[in-house]
Design a protein around this ligand. Structure first.
Ligand code: NAD
Ligand code: GLY
Length: 363
């Protein structure tokens, strides 16, 4: 087992990474303040791992109240959140009853927001079961649900007590979901870790082939990167954490524009990352060889590199809802090299429209 620490003073917590961790009741129960917990999961993950976790916790003396919600991005909404609150209240869950999120980023974000708001805040533990959740969404305390007008618009910063990533759960993950997770892995290389990007170029086939050693390294290195960024800028105030949003301004527009769940989050981020790279090239920050390197790695990870044709006007409208908008101005994460990114508002509407039109034309 590898451990990465998220250093946030009195709210610091460990990320445990290893195969078979969901069966380790002592580890799962270690941070629970009470001998009961509410386990939030979805209809796909429940038949795969709910019994394992409930048995392990049971053996450690913790009883589990399962709350199973429908799987999928289209259910990351008020309706599902309210169903979680209904179940917590009906089962008399108390202030010391931890919420345990077992699933991908949808469950982690939804259960995290429920934990942030139920009874004004209850303890929360993440058990991520997708690659995307193990490398990104379970770490750092961003919790949210979607709104019809935009992704993750309603939420809170709320840190878990621990993240326990059982890498063996990736054995049941569909190939398309594995690729989606790789989009966020590649992101860390691009924004701050050029050596990791080069490692990914050499090892992407092993990752696609689910080589356990390669996956374990990619998850650990991603969590180390994320932990450093979150420790430096927990609430996205200084601009450091915003860099984790590379490709997301365009990606969120794709997800909302196509309808939640049509493209996977990681797929939308991949296509959005190529738009961001092309915009960086248009502004003279990087050259064509860097754009080609970005697109080539994403393609080898079996991710889309062309944006769907929503129309430039619709893209601009959707991107105007981005959470990074400040004083009415859109802000963008751009690349100034492989392994170096910046946050800027200095992008003219003309440049943006030209790159969007060209990116869609590539499709
Ligand atoms: P997801 O949670 O929808 O999971 C993908 C699918 O895989 C679901 O159908 C799920 O039921 C299934 N699944 C989960 N684990 C499985 C397993 N081990 N075996 C088989 N099937 C499994 O999607 P995701 O890609 O994990 O997460 C995407 C979400 O994460 C988006 O809503 C995105 O906005 C959010 N996100 C949040 C952050 C953050 O910092 N909070 C960061 C990145 C992404
Ligand atoms: N996934 C973006 C962030 O955690 O800030």
């Amino acid at each position: 087992m590898h451990t990465v620490q998220v250093a946030l003073a009195d709210r610091s917590y460990p990320i445990y990474i290893g195969a078979g961790l969901l069966a380790r009741g002592g580890l799962l129960a270690h941070d629970l303040p009470q001998n009961r917990a509410a386990l939030i999961t979805d209809t796909t993950v429940a038949p795969l791992y709910l019994d394992t976790v409930a048995s392990a916790l049971g053996a450690a003396g913790v009883s589990v109240t399962p709350v199973v919600v429908p799987a999928g991005e289209q259910h990351k909404d008020w309706h599902t959140l309210n169903a979680v609150f209904d179940a917590l209240l009906a089962n008399h869950c108390e202030r010391k009853t931890a919420l345990v999120a077992l699933g991908g980023g949808v469950i982690g974000d939804l259960a995290g927001f429920a934990a942030a708001t139920y009874l004004r805040g209850v303890p929360f533990i993440q058990l991520p079961t997708t690659l995307l959740a193990q490398v990104d969404s379970s770490v750092g305390g961003k919790t949210a649900i979607n709104h019809p007008h935009g992704k993750n618009m309603i939420g809170a910063f709320y840190q878990p007590l621990a993240v326990i990533a059982d890498t063996a759960t990736l054995n049941t993950l569909p190939d398309r979901e594995l690729s989606a997770g790789l989009a966020e892995v590649i992101k860390y290389g691009l924004i701050r870790d050029p050596a990791f990007f080069a490692w990914l170029e050499s090892n992407i086939d092993a990752l696609i082939g689910r080589d356990p050693g390669a996956l374990a390294y990619a998850i650990s290195r991603s969590c180390e990167n994320k932990a450093e960024v979150v420790a430096a800028d927990e609430r996205e105030e200084s601009g450091t954490r915003a860099l984790l949003n590379l490709g997301h301004t365009f990606g969120h527009a794709i997800e909302t524009g196509l309808g939640y769940g049509t493209w996977l989050h990681g797929e939308a981020v991949a296509a959005g990352t190529v738009v961001a790279a092309r915009l960086s090239q248009h502004l003279g920050l990087i050259g064509a060889p860097e754009v080609a390197r970005v697109a080539a790695l994403l393609e080898r990870a079996r991710l889309p590199v062309n944006a769907p044709d929503l129309g430039v006007e619709r893209y601009l409208q959707l991107m105007g809802m981005d959470k990074k908008v400040e004083g009415g101005r859109m802000r963008f994460i751009l690349l100034r090299g492989i392994g170096s990114a910046l946050l800027t508002a200095e992008v003219s509407l003309d440049a943006l429209a030209a790159v969007l039109a060209a990116s869609v034309a590539h499709a």
